[in-house]
Design a protein around this ligand. Structure first.
Ligand SMILES: *[C@@H]1O[C@H](CO)[C@@H](O)[C@H](O)[C@H]1NC(C)=O
Ligand SMILES: *[C@@H]1O[C@H](CO)[C@@H](O)[C@H](O)[C@H]1NC(C)=O
Ligand SMILES: *[C@@H]1O[C@H](CO)[C@@H](O)[C@H](O)[C@H]1NC(C)=O
Ligand SMILES: *[C@@H]1O[C@H](CO)[C@@H](O)[C@H](O)[C@H]1NC(C)=O
Ligand SMILES: *[C@@H]1O[C@H](CO)[C@@H](O)[C@H](O)[C@H]1NC(C)=O
Length: 610
């Protein structure tokens, strides 16, 4: 009996210690129990924060909701100034950002927590839970200190503009503290704080980890998810839910691939025919108000949304409203003219093309630039053969096409810069088509390790979406129909182009800086997982993204290697990720299991290993 009790204790310690995802830079935890409840007092730079539990037991004074600003001067407290600012553009208040973060953290801790029976040996949860009969010490206060001032850049940052670091302590006396340079760092610390707590099977909320001491900061500035809302329409609540989950994972960039040859869901008031003809259905669109709402929701959670309009390829859908601008719409056989049906590219040598993009960008970009520092101009998979069908070009000869492409990109990027945004492009523009781009441009690579080495070697700033590791749509089978007969046999068992499935283990094994010199590595701003949506919609998006994006999230936040330079192992990751998956479920995101309950109950990570 005694040895079993001791063993249980050891196993319990092994499963629960350091169980934070992504793993902080340094973390020390103890084994003292603390409880937490609605009486928790939270302060922000000395001021009481009125957080909102869903129970509404804490009515907040009305004036607590007034807009205060990151500048914090009397100036902004004049109502007409506030209204003027509201009309002139968004204004984000550090205090409101922090207050929102505290409310969400407390909701996660008190309302959306979970009883961790899966993390303890079979039928032993109750015997390992803290006793409800012993005197309880409560977490009495959470004092938040922001040591720096936010600026406008804090809320629409370029890579490196925001210091996301934070420190977190929780004493055995029940006093907790978070300090951070920016309000976004505070949000990151609050997410870590939520992960210290569990729900007791009898209801109350506790931690067994006090005292806690954490210092933390991200390894990469750009930690993203690419969401494709063109191949399948994604409703707003799905986008919001994804932003929520991103913030729990300390991911900070939502790349919205807004249009493609399949549909145009983006409403452009100056060119309403684009969505009127190009959306999949009436109402399956994003209005300017929707886009602003997505941006705002994201910024409040420390996430920057970046909109992409892919061009000159992946642009066929515009043929429905502007046939004179498109070459090769619906060309067959599609495989001769594009990467997937339907084909269609913008005509490169048509004078109307410029006027069209001027109008489109003049409408769109000023609505994005208040919220985002980047605009993604696309540029992948331009098919030169399609220009044999273009009356303004008439050849697939790159000696003809590349100069036209260069002119097109120069003009297009100039529009982006004029709107105060930094252009992003897919890597083919510089790497495959030899188009010269500005030093400011961020290049998104998907073709893998060698591509990243060569791009950074040429001095480009890069984010990586290496398809061999981080394309989450891969490995789920062919979505194209294959005729009976020879083709069927040749294509059996109907794999897709980029299998195998990128399991969380494969995602986790990727090092964005692998094989790079220090100079090259310094140019890797981060990366994005990709969820191209041929077979993804709101029904399965959660399980496609999570917890695999969490695995990428830890690589990007904590690094592929630990502080000793050793690769992080699946043995360390799996139990923490399995625990974090339960938290995501409890908070309303249908993340896939990491492995079976037998393994999470096994007590240590070697129970289920090769
Ligand atoms: C966090 O703690 C470290 C020392 O451990 C200190 O250097 C740093 O300034 C602290 N950061 C903040 C935001 O308080
Ligand atoms: C370019 O076009 C010609 C004829 O139009 C075709 O024979 C050739 O295969 C094309 N080149 C490529 C690389 O597809
Ligand atoms: C770009 O340059 C490389 C190396 O010089 C060359 O192999 C490739 O054909 C060029 N691509 C185009 C589209 O001109
Ligand atoms: C560490 O991981 C990298 C890939 O990220 C791999 O190439 C390398 O072999 C691993 N090192 C060890 C010691 O396993
Ligand atoms: C992990 O569990 C296995 C049994 O599944 C046991 O043999 C091993 O000693 C345990 N390792 C540690 C470090 O506790």
């Amino acid at each position: 009996m005694l040895s079993k009790a001791v063993l249980t204790l050891v196993l319990a310690t092994v499963t629960s210690v350091r169980a934070v995802w992504p793993i902080p830079a340094t973390i020390e935890t103890g084994d003292k129990t603390l409880w937490i409840g609605e009486a928790l007092s939270v302060t922000y730079n000395g001021d009481k924060v009125c957080w909102r539990p869903t129970s509404n037991n804490h009515p907040c004074p009305l004036d607590d909701d007034t807009m205060d600003t990151n500048v914090g001067s009397l100036f902004w407290q004049l109502p007409w100034i506030r209204n003027y600012v509201a009309v002139g553009g968004p204004k984000f208040s550090s205090k409101e950002i922090v207050k929102g973060g505290v409310s969400r953290a407390m909701e996660a801790i008190l309302d959306d927590n979970f009883v961790p029976w899966k993390l303890y040996p079979r039928l032993e949860l109750e015997s390992t839970e803290p006793s409800l009969r012993k005197p309880k010490t409560y977490v009495s206060c959470l004092d938040i200190t922001q040591t720096g001032k936010d600026t406008a850049k804090t809320f629409k940052p370029l890579a490196g503009d925001v210091d996301e670091s934070y420190n977190l302590t929780l004493g055995t006396d029940g006093k907790a503290a978070i300090s951070a340079v920016s309000s976004i760092g505070v949000l990151r610390g609050l997410e870590t704080f939520t992960q210290l707590f569990f729900q007791h099977s009898q209801g109350p909320i506790y931690t067994t980890k006090a005292p806690v001491k954490i210092t933390d900061a991200p390894q990469y500035d750009h930690r993203g998810v690419l969401m494709d809302v063109s191949r399948n329409y994604l409703p707003l609540d799905t986008i919001y839910r994804t932003i929520d989950a991103m913030s729990w994972n300390k991911l900070n960039r939502l790349h919205i691939h807004a249009t493609d040859s399949q549909s145009w869901p983006l409403e452009i008031p100056a060119l309403p025919e684009l969505h009127q003809k190009g959306a999949y259905a009436k109402g399956k669109t994003y209005s300017p108000k929707d886009i602003a709402a997505i941006h705002t929701y994201a910024i409040q959670r420390g996430v920057e949304a970046i909109v992409e309009i892919d061009t000159p390829g992946h642009f066929g859908i515009v043929a429905l409203s502007h046939p004179e601008l498109i070459t090769g719409w619906g060309a067959t056989p599609w495989s001769s003219y594009c990467a997937e049906p339907p084909c269609g590219q913008i005509q490169l040598n048509n004078p109307k093309t410029d006027a069209f993009f001027d109008k489109l960008m003049d409408d769109l970009l000023p609505r994005l630039s208040p919220y985002s520092a980047y605009f993604h101009t696309g540029g992948d998979e331009v098919n030169f053969n399609e220009y044999t069908l273009d009356p303004t070009v008439g050849t697939n000869d790159s000696a003809v096409i590349v100069p036209l492409l260069q002119k097109f990109i120069d003009k297009h990027h100039a529009r982006v810069r004029k709107a105060g945004l930094v252009p992003m492009v897919w890597e083919e523009i510089p790497a495959s088509y030899n188009v010269t781009i500005g030093e400011d441009v961020v290049v998104q690579s998907w073709l893998g390790d060698e591509a990243i080495k060569s791009l950074t070697g040429q001095g480009h700033k890069v984010i990586t979406s290496n398809y061999n590791y981080w394309y989450l749509d891969c490995g789920r089978g062919q979505w194209l129909n294959i005729p009976e007969g020879e083709a069927l046999e040749a294509n059996w068992p109907f794999n897709d182009w980029c299998g195998p499935t990128k399991s969380w283990r494969l995602v986790y094994s990727y090092d964005p800086r692998a094989g790079l010199t220090d100079d090259e590595a310094a140019l890797v701003l981060g990366g994005e997982v990709g969820a191209w949506a041929e077979t993804i919609d709101e029904v399965n998006l959660d399980s496609i993204l999570w917890p695999r994006s969490s695995a990428a999230g830890e690589v990007l936040w904590s690094g592929r290697t630990d502080s000793a330079g050793e690769n992080r192992t699946q043995f360390d990751a799996a139990p923490r990720l399995a625990e974090f998956r339960e938290r995501m479920l409890a908070r309303g995101v249908r993340a896939d299991p990491v492995y079976m309950t037998f393994c999470t109950q096994g007590g240590n990570a070697t129970t289920c290993s090769l």
